[in-house]
Design a protein around this ligand. Structure first.
Ligand code: NAP
Ligand code: MG
Length: 402
């Protein structure tokens, strides 16, 4: 078979630890034998981030703006222990945070559904994609401990000096205070990313806040979504046969549990933080979650939702056998290659991405899987493979499909 040619480079962001090991295996076994990979390579591994004072992360985000599509390996977000371990010049910020800030994107997380790995919620048949707003609210709040009696007020001073005040509380004793904010521009970008992604994946979009209680703050989210929808998306949604649905967050939670899935659930920052872990766990496995950052300008960055699987990496370094699940990382590659194929009009590349995904699913459904899945599968013929052998098994299935 002749290798599939690519016309535009894909931005490749390499990463850390066990996922870096997977990255190379995936390329060697599942990609380069079939595709003439055209990538612009950025090494976001912590060693190289440190060498470049994290400039490489910025450069990779800028390249994503230039070419439109990126694929990213999981990376270490440094903490104090990592600063010591890697002798870092400073405690660099999370690469995902840096990239997201530069692309102004929204992260969509969706589970990969496989027969034999059953969701805890019996009614769920299709994936539920969670979109989390990534700016503001409690994550950019100012807080105060109130020592004793006194009056707390919200004060806004306009540029011309005029002040608007709102009483928060007349404290009779000690307590706590929090002031948070969001920006109309950020909420609108979030809304547009969600509407675009819904159109692209032909799925309904749900959005929920607590606007009955938060009549100005949350209500603004509701209003901006509705306005953007009415002005720019209503006709497109009708044409695509999908719906936009707004409800209260508590009603949404109840409906999600009773639903069969197959839609995008847009969440405010905190709701998305909590609900994405709940939905991921309820679908069965963190190692089967995909993640894509979509910018309102149409830039895409694909990755696995899990981290660098540190514990497995230390075993790997000691020469011990590992059984690390590469599926979400493979799906990051297929998502990116398919998107590149769509944008550049290379149907063979899209077809290859489809087949590689199918090969992963079929391999697991045939009973060959990594340990994380073997522990939870309902299949009775499950065979646990090590990391390398599982990737080889996927390759065998893929060759049968090609
Ligand atoms: P993690 O790498 O997601 O792993 C947590 C645990 O989940 C693992 O120890 C493993 O359980 C299981 N697991 C996750 N992915 C798996 C896979 N593909 N196959 C098999 N099992 C898998 O999270 P973490 O240990 O909290 O974080 C490690 C590093 O990743 C941190 O430095 C963090 O900063 C970084 N991180 C990066 C990203 C990102 O780049 N997007 C996201 C999250 C975390 P067992 O050990 O029980 O087998
Ligand atoms: Mg969280």
């Amino acid at each position: 078979m002749e290798k599939i040619k690519m016309t535009t480079p894909l931005v490749e962001m390499d990463g850390d630890e066990m996922t870096r090991v997977l990255w190379q295996l995936i390329k060697d076994e599942l990609l380069t034998p079939f595709v003439d990979l055209n990538t612009e390579y950025y090494d976001l591994g912590l060693v190289h981030r440190n060498e470049t004072n994290d400039q490489v992360t910025i450069d990779s985000a800028e390249a994503t703006k230039k070419y439109g599509v990126a694929v990213k390996c999981a990376t270490i977000t440094p903490n104090a222990a990592r600063v010591k371990e890697y002798d870092l010049k400073e405690m660099y910020k999370s690469p995902n945070g840096t990239i997201r800030a530069l692309l102004d994107g929204t992260v969509f997380r969706a589970p990969i559904i496989v027969k034999g790995i059953e969701p805890y919620v019996k009614t769920w048949k299709k994936p539920i994609t969670i979109a989390r707003h990534a700016y503001g609210d409690v994550y950019k709040a100012s807080e105060m401990k109130v020592p004793g009696a006194g009056k707390a007020e919200l004060v806004f001073t306009a540029e011309d000096g005029t002040q608007t005040k709102e009483l928060i509380h007349e404290f009779k004793g000690a307590g706590v205070l929090q002031g948070m904010h969001n920006l109309n521009g950020s909420i609108e970008s979030f809304a547009r990313s969600c509407f675009n992604f819904a159109l692209e994946t032909k799925q309904d979009l749900w959005f929920a806040t607590k606007d009955t209680i938060s009549k100005k703050y949350d209500h603004t989210f509701k209003d901006i979504f509705q306005e953007v929808y009415d002005n720019d998306y209503k006709a497109k949604f009708e044409e695509a046969g999908i719906t936009y649905f707004y409800t209260l967050i508590d009603d949404a939670v109840a409906r999600v549990i009773r639903s069969e899935g197959g839609y995008i659930w847009a969440c405010k920052n905190y709701d998305g933080d909590v609900m994405s872990d709940m939905v991921a766990t309820a679908f069965g496995s963190l190692s089967m979650m995909t993640s894509v950052l979509v910018s309102p300008n149409g830039y895409y960055e694909y990755e696995a939702a899990h981290g660098t699987v540190q514990r497995h990496y230390y075993k790997h370094l000691k020469g011990e056998e590992t059984s690390t699940n590469p599926i979400a990382t493979i799906f990051a590659w297929t998502g990116a290659l398919r998107k590149r194929g769509e944008l550049d009009n290379i149907p063979e590349l899209c077809a290859f991405a489809d087949k590689l995904e199918k090969a992963c699913i079929k391999t697991v459904e045939n009973g060959e899987m990594t340990k994380d899945l073997a522990l939870i599968t309902t299949l009775d013929n499950a065979k646990t493979l090590n990391t390398q052998d599982f990737i080889k098994a996927v390759r065998k299935t893929l060759e049968g499909l090609l």
